[in-house]
Write a protein that binds this ligand. Structure first.
Ligand code: SAM
Length: 282
């Protein structure tokens, strides 16, 4: 477990992932009934953008750094508002110094009846998360292998909610674990919404991943592909994607407004594309 998200927090891939997360939560909030967010690879929750790690890569400057002072058109701005609000809540003095990871973004949008399970395996990250959420009765921080949580923690007692699966992709076989993880989780809880993050680095692996997802038989799968540059010679993160299983009916329309606006802000080199495809269902 060498992966440290502090090097990457707030980069273009985090922006895309966290914007989608906020749209899913906004949908869940349309009904009063409580929901639960299960974040299987939660990270530390709050990232210091002036840390040596963040400064070393500067990745956040090509992500949240490009969004804070941007002025997207009105509809996109409205859809981005809950996300930017979560970022602002992490930066009390109005300057961008910290970046909220997925558990903090999710927590910011919960109502008093909703709950968050933040699962993390790295002992140091778990300790930070426990400090972050100390005394918060709506959030449970759990030291556990996130893949196991897809069995043991599903379905949640609320019977409504969202599972974010955001593994580090530092080891071989992560695409396969994502596919198997979704298949297992869906069997236990077919009514849940699932968001699966993946890197666009090795395009052959991405094609295989999509094919394997289709073969799981999960009936509704919306795939978001977001490139920021053409394929590099040496393997590097040229884009990122998210597959949403059981997406709310509102999501596709929202993404057709958000993705071009985000792409305009975040693209590094053209040609680079964003696409939205149903791998299954529609
Ligand atoms: N979801 C976070 C966010 O959006 O802010 C970022 C998570 S980062 C990409 C992946 C995290 O997974 C790292 O913090 C790493 O320590 C953790 N991790 C690695 N293997 C894990 C496992 N088997 N179960 C749970 N967490 C794991």
């Amino acid at each position: 477990m060498n992966y440290r998200h502090a090097y990457h927090a707030g980069n273009f891939a985090d922006v895309l992932k966290h914007v989608v997360l906020t749209r899913l939560l906004e949908y869940l909030k349309q009904k009063d009934k409580a929901f639960r967010v299960i974040d299987t690879h939660a990270g530390i929750g709050r990232y210091d953008l002036s840390s040596p790690e963040a400064q070393k890569t500067g990745e956040w400057q090509g992500g949240i750094g490009r969004l804070v002072d941007a002025a997207p058109e009105a509809q996109a701005a409205m859809l981005l508002a809950p996300y930017l609000d979560a970022v602002r809540a992490c930066n009390a003095d109005g300057q961008l110094k910290k970046y909220p990871g997925s558990p903090l973004v999710a927590r910011h949008l919960l109502r008093k009846q909703d709950r968050l399970s933040a699962i993390e395996l790295h002992p140091k990250d778990v300790a930070k998360l426990k400090t972050e959420f100390a005394g918060d009765f709506q959030t449970r921080v759990i030291e556990l292998d996130g893949w196991l949580a897809l069995g043991a923690h599903l379905p949640p007692k609320e019977k409504r909610g969202l599972v974010l699966i955001d593994p580090p992709f530092e080891e071989e076989g992560e695409f396969g674990r994502l596919v198997d993880g979704l298949a297992k989780a869906y069997k236990r809880w077919p009514g849940g919404i699932y968001a699966l993050w993946y890197p666009i680095k090795d395009r052959k692996a991405v094609i295989g991943f999509r094919k394997a997802l289709k073969e799981t038989g999960v009936p509704k799968l919306l795939d978001i592909e977001f490139e920021i540059r053409p394929a590099s010679q040496a393997p590097s993160l040229d884009g990122s994607g998210l597959v949403v299983a059981n997406p709310p009916f509102t999501l596709e329309g929202e993404l057709r407004i958000l993705l071009p606006a985000l792409h305009k802000l975040l693209v590094l080199e053209k040609p680079a594309h964003w696409t939205l495809n149903w791998l299954a269902g529609e």
